[in-house]
Design a protein around this ligand. Structure first.
Ligand SMILES: Nc1ncnc2c1ncn2[C@@H]1O[C@H](COP(=O)(O)OP(=O)(O)OP(=O)(O)O)[C@@H](O)[C@H]1O
Length: 264
């Protein structure tokens, strides 16, 4: 199993944020991490990539505890795309994506053909090749997001962790990026808020609430009206779309408060 978490917990400032989470990611799968604001999705992603140290429990990569892996080995196999990753202002798109090659380069070897090929392929995959010389600070939020994803792809990781990768993206780019992530042979775990996109593009879903996993499995077993109500406090109808065959969640407006609802 590429990544496994065994009863992993993380506390900070006396508060339990991630509470005995166990996961086993199948190679090549795309896993969606769902849950309300503050459920612990980002914290769990940071634990899985070693940016946070678990207070209890063990995370393993191919059965080797994360704490025993060398930093460079971890950097080669795992990439993280964070929600609000910042990057130095005076650099170009190309410079940012080239950073993805850092774990593969040695002090002695120069820039190699395979590094250029990985960078070019990554830029093309997020449709940013033509913007390669644009200054980073002049990009829109969505373009920055795509460049961060390209940087992670240039790294050619075995596992890719993404924190809300569709944040800032228009609907076309949300669909394109999620389809791209789904096609990758890489094992991907991504925190998402949109349940419908999660159902369309993820093989497995992990639903969190207050630091705990409340359900995990295929979308149909996780996205039930009962669970959506229990976790988000929202009434919903779930059906299989006749158009694309994936689950579709229809949220029902609350009836106990006045306000805009569907046109009658
Ligand atoms: N370093 C920290 N110090 C104190 N509290 C923290 C820290 N990191 C996270 N938290 C708290 O832990 C909880 C979970 O945060 P986290 O960012 O993991 O949630 P999330 O599920 O990713 O939320 P969102 O959907 O809003 O991004 C939040 O209540 C947050 O305030």
């Amino acid at each position: 199993m590429p990544i496994e978490a065994h009863e992993v917990s993380w506390s900070t400032a006396g508060r339990l944020i991630v509470d005995r989470v166990s996961l086993a990611l199948q190679p090549g799968q795309t896993v969606g991490l769902l849950g309300p604001n503050g459920a612990g999705k980002s914290s769990l992603l940071r634990l899985l990539c070693g940016l946070r140290r678990a207070s209890a429990g063990v995370i393993t990569f191919d059965e080797v505890p994360l704490t025993r892996l060398k930093r460079r080995d971890l950097a080669r196999r795992l990439a993280l795309v964070e929600q609000s990753a910042t990057t130095d202002a005076d650099i170009t798109v190309l410079d940012v994506v080239r950073l993805g090659r850092t774990p593969w380069r040695s002090l002695l070897a120069g820039w190699r053909g395979e590094d250029s090929a990985a960078v070019e392929q990554a830029l093309a995959r997020v449709a940013m090749s033509e913007r390669r010389h644009q200054q980073w600070h002049t990009l829109s939020g969505g373009e920055r997001q795509r460049v961060h994803i390209a940087r992670a792809l240039a790294q050619q990781p075995g596992e890719l962790l993404l924190d809300e990768p569709t944040n800032h993206l228009d609907i076309q780019h949300q669909l394109d990026i999620l389809a791209l992530i789904r096609r990758l042979e890489t094992t991907c775990v991504m925190a998402l808020h949109d349940l419908n996109l999660a159902a369309m593009f993820c093989d497995q879903l992990v639903l969190m609430k207050a630091g705990r996993v409340v359900a995990a499995g295929e979308p149909a077993s996780v996205l039930t009206p009962q669970r959506i109500h229990e976790v988000y406090g929202v009434a919903a109808v779930v059906e299989r779309s006749p158009h694309h065959g994936c689950l579709q969640v229809h949220y029902l407006p609350r009836t106990d408060r006045p306000g805009p609802g569907p046109e009658r």
